[in-house]
Ligand binder design. Structure first.
Ligand code: SD4
Length: 297
């Protein structure tokens, strides 16, 4: 089986390069996903993931992350976690060291400390300045105004990987929507919404408006379409058509959603409900298989 890894957004390229180098050495899809996600989590210039992420409405960086292992059909997640650069690694510890799937907020932090992670300030000066600028424009009762999902292309990283043994894994890690209400959790750490893996079928991961993605269990739906014989591309497109039917854009915030999917046999696909998840001529989705695709898919 040829290993393969794919990710959302332009910054997914560096993640894929790291993940693929591990897959090529024979490491598992699970290890590749974690290491690939860590690359973006550590990058202060990515203002939507990990260290350097934009904060919530009160200026606190709250992170959501999940990892799913197809080989064992198991998952781990953290939500509204503060103070740790690599939330996907904390999520993996939840999966491997507890009988649970998700830990949240202060108790997720307590768990991370007990697991040996080092607490740090995640709000960079650049992110703080953007938050201050946003806050100075707010008037009294106005609640979270989200400016994410602009054409900047700074967003959640979703990843799917296939290793040489044919096992699949997926991951998602994000600081969520900028200026969100404290405690708001998006789709990214929710199994079935932000990510899903069925080792016999394939894997999917989502990015976009988590408050809409969660209403249709988008990643689960894409994987279930693989079961019906859809290609990965068809599965992404059909799952997003379902989202658009249930939640017509005129009734929602105009942010939309995008999906990546990877079938068990290596077939891969990506689709979005609108432009803005795209460079002018292609989706900002990166895949690395036996050959690199430096221009994205
Ligand atoms: C969220 N889905 O927290 C994430 C944000 C994102 O593209 O992916 N935006 O809702």
């Amino acid at each position: 089986m040829n290993p393969l890894i794919l990710a959302t957004w332009r910054f997914g390229q560096a993640a894929c390069a790291k993940g693929f180098s591990l897959l090529a050495e024979g490491l598992s899809a699970l290890d590749a996903i974690e290491a690939a996600a860590n690359v973006v989590e550590e990058d202060p210039n990515v203002n939507s993931v990990g260290y350097g992420g934009l904060p919530n409405a009160e200026g606190v960086v709250e992170l959501d992350a999940a990892i799913m292992d197809g080989a064992q059909h198991t998952a781990g997640a953290v939500a509204a976690l503060t103070g740790f650069r690599r939330p996907i690694s904390v999520a993996r510890c939840v999966m491997e060291r507890t009988p649970h799937v998700m830990l949240v907020g202060e108790n997720a932090k307590r768990f991370a400390l007990q697991a040996g992670f080092v607490e740090e300030e995640l709000l960079t000066e650049a992110a703080r300045q953007r938050w201050l600028a946003w806050r100075s424009n707010q008037t009294g009762a106005e609640v979270a105004h989200f400016d994410r999902l602009s054409k900047e292309g700074h967003d959640t990283i979703g990843l799917c990987a296939l290793d040489k043994n044919g096992n699949l894994a997926a991951g998602c890690t994000t600081s969520g929507l900028a200026w969100k209400l404290p405690g708001r959790v998006g789709d990214s750490p929710i199994v079935g919404s932000g990510l899903y893996v069925d080792n016999e079928l394939g894997a999917a991961a989502a990015t976009g408006d988590g408050d809409e993605i969660m209403k249709v269990c988008l990643s689960y739906r894409a994987v279930m379409l693989l079961e019906r014989g859809y290609t990965a591309q068809q599965a992404c497109e059909e799952a997003l058509r379902y989202l658009l039917r249930k939640r017509p854009p005129e009734t929602c915030r105009p942010y939309g959603a995008a999906l990546i999917a990877l079938r068990k046999d290596g077939d891969c696909g990506a689709a979005a409900t609108r432009t803005g998840f795209q460079a002018p001529d292609r989706l900002w989705i990166w895949a690395i298989a036996s050959t690199e695709h430096p221009e994205g898919l």
